[in-house]
Design a protein around this ligand. Structure first.
Ligand code: SF4
Length: 725
């Protein structure tokens, strides 16, 4: 039997770790970190090893399924495409383009075919009812970049390898491995900051796994990060520490920002945010006095009532302290496939508020509506109601607020098709499921993640196993849907035939063209253009150097300036003040604030069907501070009923002083107890309860429309005590 080692990038999360996969007789025998990968240098996490479980998972779908009265049955691809094409076309013909809805999940970013061919098809259907995981994730970061830097995809990343101070708001790279900060081996890199004399400071309502390994940790009340940032700016301006440096001539709005910050002295916000005025002043001075500092935030700042304000102020802090676009600060990549300048040249910089959702009036962003509005857009009668839904690699019943309501709404659809490899809590509602190939069965290149990596680089991964005769790649599925649906929305100036010809190109051909046209096309390797052939000859990937200053060349506002005081943001500050400083407070004796938490052994809402990731103790626990547990008569391990305005679940508690008093935490992605799903391992060993049975689809950031997951008010009660009542 021939044994071989296959090198590829792990596609499971944002870290882009290089893997060395040993194969013998058509089976994976081991998965290791690839020490020769210049980016991740051998790092991997337990999820990568579970790629073998996922590849061999008997629950993974390989042929189309149709839902019948007797359950799901396998059907042929032609039959499936016929049914999908016919039903979607009928509904669109009878009720208009907006009757089709689309939901795209987070794995879109990790699958080349879905990213290229999928967008050409799904984004040109002509419907306004496009939804995705963006509005339960990074949307406010993108909105801030659009308003401040002029392009929604200009997302700065911490220059981890050169910084002397990393300040982290609401992120936990020890378990997430980095997000909008692609950094294979993120914790090794954080360790190196400290080893070279630098510091890591974490602000979070929970002393996270990252905070436990940092120099400082400050508890912050969920949803109050914008107050913290305004107080930091207040001190920086008041103490004369503002130093925008090289970018000073390219700023506008510095005066209004200074005037705004003057109203937020640390003493004014301390009680609301949970940090003392002294700690806020000390932190501001530490940031301002460190030559190379990166102030970084992730879902803790974006998924909350003031997500847009927080992300704007995060950018502003980096600019005002001279840390934006400087080595060791927050920088921009120069990826081999460089979409931003090409898009900007075509006039595509991003959009916000061009239209609003039909029922609640939530704003469009980047051509999509907030997914918090999806259930009502299906339920409420009228023109433009979503009657048919296409989901692609997503499980919104577990990943979006008030999953039970969405689950009921999905049952009201006239037709639903899911492009997915699992029969899960969402796809069980579909009439037809079209399963693409998965992971090692297809080629891979991280178009999006190289654009938010802490070093410039490029790596191509060949398919390890050829697809079976009975399987289809994602791009083949999208090409076929396009042929049958004949989209007539955006890009209508491009003929159907031309688009069909484009979709006939496999992802590798499209990528090759993009690489040759990219920034390394001319200068790399002594004039030889970077191409797919060049990447194929470098199975461990290519290092394209450290991040380099990109501004002011890459400022995309009409006046080519950085806007430190966008009018939309300034107008939203009154809401911040009235909500957080207006006097109303959660009473911790009665209610607690619920936050989510990510875990190393899962990936947002999936991967619970991999046996090696779910073995061991129950990880779906509610973490609670000892004082809050004592006040409710709860002992460690007690089973509690957690009740919010939207629902109730039962879980065991974990008493842990890593929690801020008044705050409780529940992991994402559990709740595998729904009838009709086919996730045998998850249902047996990782059932748990879904955080989104408690979250509230009506709680959104009024400015951006992003869902608010930070600090949902809940009561916690011992199950036995409740039964005795
Ligand atoms: S950290 Fe992410 S990319 Fe790296 S091995 Fe784990 S899942 Fe894969």
């Amino acid at each position: 039997m021939t044994a071989a080692t296959h090198f590829r990038t792990c596609h499971l999360c944002e870290a882009m770790c290089g893997l060395a996969i040993d194969v013998e007789a058509g089976a994976i025998t081991s998965i290791r970190g690839d020490a020769a990968d210049p980016f991740s240098k051998g790092h991997l996490c337990p999820k990568a090893v579970a790629l073998k479980d996922l590849h061999e998972d008997p629950d993974r779908l390989k042929r189309p399924l149709r839902r019948t009265a007797a359950g799901f049955v396998e059907i042929g691809w032609d039959e499936a495409f016929d049914e999908v094409g016919r039903r979607l076309s009928e509904i669109r013909a009878a009720h208009g383009d907006d009757a089709l809805g689309v939901y795209q999940g987070n794995p879109t970013a990790h699958n080349l075919g879905t990213l290229l061919h999928g967008q050409i098809v799904l984004r040109t259907l002509g419907t306004r009812n496009l939804f995705s995981a963006t509005s339960v994730d990074q949307l406010p970061h993108m909105l801030a970049s659009l308003l401040v830097l002029g392009h929604q995809a200009m997302l700065p990343v911490p220059d981890l390898d050169r910084t002397e101070l990393l300040v982290i708001f609401g992120a936990n790279p020890a378990v997430s491995n980095g997000s909008i900060m692609t950094a294979g081996g993120a914790m090794r890199r954080l360790g190196e900051i400290r080893a070279r004399g630098g510091r890591v400071i974490v602000l979070d309502p929970r002393r996270t796994e990252t905070a436990a390994r940092a120099d400082e940790h400050h508890f912050v009340v969920p949803g109050t990060d914008a107050l913290v940032m305004l107080a930091l700016l207040h001190v920086i301006f008041a103490d004369g520490l503002a130093r925008p440096g090289r970018l000073a001539p390219h700023l506008r709005g510095l005066g209004p920002l200074r005037a705004l910050a003057a109203r937020f002295a640390p003493e004014r916000v301390a009680e609301a945010c949970g940090m003392s005025a002294g700690a806020l002043r000390a932190l501001a001075r530490t940031i301002a006095s460190t030559p190379r500092a990166a102030i970084y935030g992730r879902v803790g700042v974006s998924l909350q009532t003031f997500g847009a304000l927080s992300c704007w102020l995060l950018l502003a802090l980096n600019v005002v302290t001279g840390n934006l676009d400087e080595p060791g600060g927050m920088m921009f990549t120069r990826p081999a496939v460089d979409l931003v300048p090409n898009a900007a040249r075509a006039g595509l910089r991003g959009t916000f508020g061009r239209f609003r959702s039909r029922v609640r009036g939530l704003p469009e962003f980047g051509g999509e509506l907030p997914v918090a509005a999806l259930a009502e857009e299906i339920e409420v009668p009228g023109d433009g109601r979503v009657r048919a839904l296409i989901t692609s690699c997503g499980n919104p019943v577990l990943s979006t607020p008030n999953g039970p309501r969405l689950s009921r709404a999905l049952d009201r659809l006239d037709f639903m098709v899911a492009i997915d490899v699992y029969l899960n809590e969402t796809t069980r509602h579909a009439h037809v499921i079209l399963p693409p190939t998965f992971g090692v069965e297809h080629e891979h290149y991280d178009v999006l993640l190289h654009a938010v990596a802490v070093r410039n680089g490029a790596k191509w991964s060949e398919a390890l196993f050829a697809r079976g005769e009975h399987q289809r790649h994602d791009w083949e599925i999208f090409r076929e849907l396009h042929r049958r649906l004949r989209p007539r929305g955006a890009l209508e100036h491009v003929t159907h035939a031309a688009r069909q010809a484009l979709l006939a190109l496999p992802p590798a051909r499209m990528l090759d063209g993009a690489l040759r046209l990219g920034p390394y096309g001319d200068r790399y390797l002594g004039g030889a253009r970077l191409s797919l052939a060049r990447l194929r000859a470098a199975p461990h990937g290519l290092d394209l150097g450290p991040l380099e200053p990109a501004l002011p060349e890459r400022l995309y506002a009409d006046d080519r300036r950085i806007d430190l005081a966008p009018s939309l943001m300034l107008a939203d500050v009154a809401r911040l003040e009235s909500t957080l400083l207006g006097g109303a407070r959660v009473n911790p004796a009665r209610e607690l604030r619920l936050i989510g938490r990510r875990q190393l052994r899962n990936n947002n809402r999936w991967m619970h069907n991999a046996p090696r990731l779910v073995k061991g103790r129950d990880r779906c626990t509610l973490q609670i501070h000892p004082d809050d547990a004592r006040a409710r008569g709860l002992a460690d391990g007690a089973r509690v009923r957690v009740t919010s305005a939207k629902g109730a679940i039962e879980v065991p508690i974990e008493v842990d002083d890593a929690m801020m008093r008044g705050v409780v935490s529940l992991p994402h992605g559990f709740g595998h107890d729904r009838d009709g799903a086919r996730l045998q391992v998850a249902a047996t060993h990782a059932k748990g309860a879904s955080l989104n049975d408690l979250t509230d689809e009506e709680r959104v950031d009024a400015l951006s429309g992003v869902a608010d997951f930070a600090g949902v008010a809940v009561t916690v009660q011992n199950v036995e005590a409740r039964a005795a009542e």
